[in-house]
Design a protein around this ligand. Sequence first.
Ligand code: ADP
Length: 354
Amino acid sequence: MKFRRDAELDKRVRELPTMLLEVLDQLEGHSFIVAAGEVPIFATAGTEQLGILKDGKVQSPELLATVRVVRRTNKTQTGVIEIPRGPIGEGKHELTVKVIPLTQEDLVLVLVSDESEAQRVHDVRRDFVANISHELKTPIGALLLLSEAVLGAKEDPDAVVKFATRMRSEAKRLTDLVQEIINLSRLQDSDPLQVAKELDVQDLINSAIDQSQISADSRAISVSNLPTENVFVLGDHEQLVMAIQNLIENAINYSPEGTKVSVTTQVQDEIVTINVADQGIGIPEQEINRIFERFYRVDPARSRQTGGTGLGLSIVKHVALKHGGEVTVWSAPSVGSTFSLRLPRYSETKELNQ
Ligand code: ADP
C-alpha cells in the first residue's frame, strides 16, 4: 500500500529501494515507513486493519513519541503499544513495535507484530492450568482425608467399607477428570479435518447411544432415535461420537428419572443438525452463554453428584468448531433443553463438482 498525497511524497516513495519494499512484503507481521512530519509513505498489505494507521496518519501517540525518540537518537527502539479494536468495547490489539532509523535522513521503519492472539492463547492456557489444579485438588484432598479415616477406623469393618466406597467414587471422579482433560488437550492440538473421513451420521448416533445406554438404564430414561439414511459428514469418528455422547449423557444426567431423551437429525441447506432433546431441569437464561466454558456448572453440587467434570460441553464446542460447525442450545427451566450440533453436510457429488 502506498500513500499518495503530493508530488514531493510521491517522489520519496519512488526513491525507496525496491528491494527493501520486497523484503518488507515477505516479512511476517506488518511494517510501514514514516517520513518527516510523521507521515506514513509506505505500508505493507493489511497494516491498516490493525488500526495503527488511519487517514494517512499514525494513530498511536505512544508510537509517534517513539518515532521522535528514534529520529533524535538515531537508535532502534522496541516497545509494546495498545490500539483499540473498534469504536466501541474494550477489545485492544496489543502490538509489539520495533522502530528503526533508516540511512536516508528522515525515514523511519516501523515493524509491527500482533501479540494479541499469542497473548490470548497464553492467557487461556494459564487459566486452564489454574482451573485444573483447583479441580484436581478437591478429589485428591478427599482421598487423603478418606484414607486417614480408613486408617483410624481399622477396628470397625462397617466404617472401613463406608470410607472405602467413598474412596472408590472419588478415585473414579479423578480418573474421569484426567481422561476429559486429555481429550480436551488432544482436541486443542489436533486438526480432525486432516484425517477426515466420510462418516455416516446414523452410525455416529448409534455408537453414541450405545455408549450412553448404561447411564440411561440406571436412571430409567429411554433414549429414542428416528434413523436417517444417507446423511454424511466429513470428520473424525471418535471425536464426533464423543461430542454426541456428551450431549446425550448430559440430557440423561440433568433430567428426572423415567423421562425421555430423543435424538433427531435434520438436513437443511447443506447443514446437518443433530438435536438431543430432554425433558429435564433446563438451564436459566442468564447461564446459557456460560455453560460452554471449561469447568462452568450451573449447579456445582448437582454436577458433582452426577460425576460431572464441567468439561463436557467445552469438548462438544471444540469438536463442533474443529469440524467447521457449531453447537447451539434452546432451553427453558423445568421444561427441558435441546442441544443442536450443526455440521456441514458432506456429499460426494458436491466434492466432485468442485
Ligand atoms: P458437567 O460435567 O458438569 O455436566 P458440562 O460442560 O457437560 O459439564 O455442562 C456444563 C453445565 O451445563 C452442567 O454442569 C449443567 O449445569 C449444564 N447442562 C449441560 N447440559 C444440560 C442439560 N441437558 N440440561 C440442563 N443443564 C445442562
